[in-house]
Ligand binder design. Structure first.
Ligand code: CUA
Length: 312
């Protein structure tokens, strides 16, 4: 068995994160060694009763002070700049990323692909394509951790968090929950399978109903249409083309209609009232579950770029 200091790397970011980690470790190790050796040396040299020169220092102390202030400052600025650059890269998924939805619960990961395929404790992704996960939890805090991709992100009830990566190597990799979430936390594990894009496409084609289609059915069965469709007698904000737009609220704030905004408008509709409308929408908390909310969001997304439905 070979000895490994690092897990295998299978994403575009992994090598870069490893390089930063090695740099930080090397700098720390260097100073630990220098300081420890100096301590041992001086302990021996100036031990009680030893013959050593104990006269006051006679060299330019100011220059030394400046040197050991400026040099560590530059070194830590390199660490800061390097680390911050990588952090921002990891926080900003590319616009063309493949979007996959993840819901965590005690104790499993539920994954929903946009064309319909669903899986549990498994995540299939194509090689060489950026993948963005939009994640939430239906109970407690979990954390979606793929060591081979060097990504880990808390999955929090009541909000959406994201994580992205670009797989660079075919294979099967560990998936862990990295947040203690109850008695079976240690069993909340799975695998990530990186496939050739063509294999991924054929794997996807065996999937079920697209979430946007399920979302449209929910939209109609929950009665959303009776207020929100054009031509409705109720004065309510139109939803076609809403996703991704800026929205002016009654209290003067301007927010982006992203996943979090739409989720909040469903479970806590009094929070963000659109300018020009009355707070009359009931809450759908406990009416729809997290996966249904995500289906409704998928439906909202599918309406972008489509002409609004004619009045019925
Ligand atoms: Cu979920 Cu630990």
């Amino acid at each position: 068995m070979s000895f490994r200091l690092w897990p295998e790397d299978a994403s575009a970011a992994a090598r870069q994160i490893d390089a930063l980690c090695i740099f930080l470790t090397a700098v720390s190790a260097f100073f630990v060694a220098v300081i420890a050796l100096a301590i041992v040396y001086f302990c021996a040299k100036y031990r009680a009763g030893s013959v050593a020169d104990r006269a006051p220092l006679a060299f330019p102390v100011m220059r030394l002070e400046i040197a050991w202030t400026v040099f560590p400052l530059l070194l830590t600025m390199v660490m800061f700049g390097w680390g911050a650059t990588l952090y921002f890269d990891l926080q900003r998924p590319p616009a063309d990323a493949l979007e996959i939805v993840v819901v965590g619960k005690q104790w499993m990961w539920k994954v929903q692909h946009a064309p319909g395929a669903r899986e549990i404790n498994e995540l299939h992704v194509p090689l060489g394509r950026a993948v963005k996960l939009t994640m939430t939890s239906q109970d407690v805090i979990h954390s979606f951790y793929i060591p081979a991709f060097r990504v880990k992100q808390d999955v929090v009830p009541g909000r959406y968090t994201t994580e992205w990566f670009k797989p660079t190597r075919l294979g099967t990799y560990h998936l862990f929950c990295a947040e203690f979430c109850g008695t079976a936390h240690s069993q909340m594990i799975g695998r990530v399978v990186v496939m050739e894009p063509a294999d991924y496409a054929s794997w996807l084609s065996g999937g079920g109903e697209a979430p946007a289609v399920a979302g449209e059915r929910l939209y109609n069965s929950l009665g959303c249409a009776s207020c929100h469709n054009p031509g409705s007698p109720v004065h309510s904000p139109p939803l076609a083309g809403l996703f991704g737009r800026k929205v002016q609220l009654r209290d003067g704030r301007i927010v982006t209609a992203d996943e979090g905004y739409i989720r909040n408008s469903l479970v806590n509709p009094q929070a963000d009232i659109v300018a020009g409308y009355e707070p009359m929408m009931p809450t759908f908390q406990n009416v729809v579950n997290e996966e249904q909310i995500l289906q409704l969001i998928a439906y909202m997304k599918s309406l972008v770029g489509k002409p609004p439905e004619p009045a019925k």
